[in-house]
Design a protein around this ligand. Structure first.
Ligand SMILES: Nc1ncnc2c1ncn2[C@@H]1O[C@H](COP(=O)(O)OP(=O)(O)O)[C@@H](O)[C@H]1O
Ligand SMILES: [Mg+2]
Length: 268
């Protein structure tokens, strides 16, 4: 237990570093990151290419281990675990959603969603639970469809149902709208907002897209392996209720503001 009182964070990392051996001197990619994320938060992680977002996500997802520092996930001291224990934690505590959906080509939707329960031994009523997860993302009428018979947005909804079905402590999503057109992206964002609002699902997004990030409730900005900003979004956008700025210049302005300051503008 990292904490005896109050709410137990889903994520509690302290002074995490990650370096990779490179010739003369190790390449230090994460330089000491400390964060807590509480149950029910909806967070986006932003930052320029190469800033360490994927490296951090891999650690949060227990796919990689930090070089130094401490990490508690839902109260468990993950930094002490071996590979097998980490695999169990991944299966039980984390739902992953990827940019490219990562569905199996020849497998119908309902079977895709049953799979995580097959890996978690002893789960009963797999089919019922898979059906109910698909219903919760609006795909109750697409159970037997193959990925090739679904739109991109529908495929991503299958992936979300698969991420949810083991009732994880959090969802980690790496650019989940990155491969979708804006209408499907909005549809996916609506589902994430609904899961967060109605079920308190803790959700962590990596995104390049500051307009997408404004739909979440907290934005953490990385730069060069460090957290340079960590802000609550004053008024998160509601998916489907506002138009994406159509002008490149306008988007560019949001990027600048997001990366380089103007705290009074975008976030409080
Ligand atoms: N396995 C690795 N070995 C060596 N360098 C790595 C490895 N993974 C990432 N890096 C380096 O770490 C830096 C950050 O990478 P990454 O976390 O992928 O950034 P981002 O996702 O923000 O674009 C990059 O310079 C990258 O080349
Ligand atoms: Mg990356």
């Amino acid at each position: 237990m990292s904490q005896m009182n109050g709410t137990q964070p889903v994520i509690d990392i302290r002074q995490i570093t990650r370096s990779f051996p490179m010739g003369d001197a190790p390449l230090v990619v994460l330089k000491g990151i400390s964060l807590t994320i509480q149950p029910g938060e909806f967070v986006s992680i932003m930052g320029p290419s190469g800033s360490g977002k994927s490296t951090l996500m891999n650690i949060l997802g227990c796919l990689d281990k930090p070089t130094s520092g401490q990490f508690w996930l839902d109260g468990a001291d993950v930094s002490q675990m071996n590979g097998e224990q980490l695999a169990t934690v991944r299966n039980q505590k984390i739902g992953f959603v990827f940019q490219q959906f990562n569905l199996l080509k020849r497998v119908p939707a309902v079977r895709q969603v049953e799979l995580p329960m097959v890996y978690a031994n002893g789960v009963k009523n797999r089919r019922e639970r898979a059906v109910s997860a698909l219903e919760s993302v609006g795909l109750g009428d697409r159970l037997d469809h193959l990925p090739s018979e679904l739109s991109g947005g529908q495929q991503q909804r299958v992936a979300i149902a698969r991420a949810l079905v083991n009732q994880p402590a959090m969802i980690l999503a790496d650019e989940p709208t990155g491969a979708l057109d804006s209408r499907s992206g909005t549809e996916i964002m609506k589902i994430f907002q609904q899961l967060n609002r109605e079920r308190g699902m803790t959700t962590i997004f990596v995104t390049h897209d500051s307009w997408i990030a404004r739909h979440t409730r907290r934005v953490i900005m990385l730069r060069d392996g460090l957290v340079i900003a960590d802000k609550q979004v004053a008024e998160p956008l509601v998916a489907g209720e506002s138009e994406r700025p159509s002008e490149d210049g306008e988007l560019e302005g949001i990027f600048k503001e997001t990366y380089f300051g103007a705290p009074e503008a975008a976030f409080s």
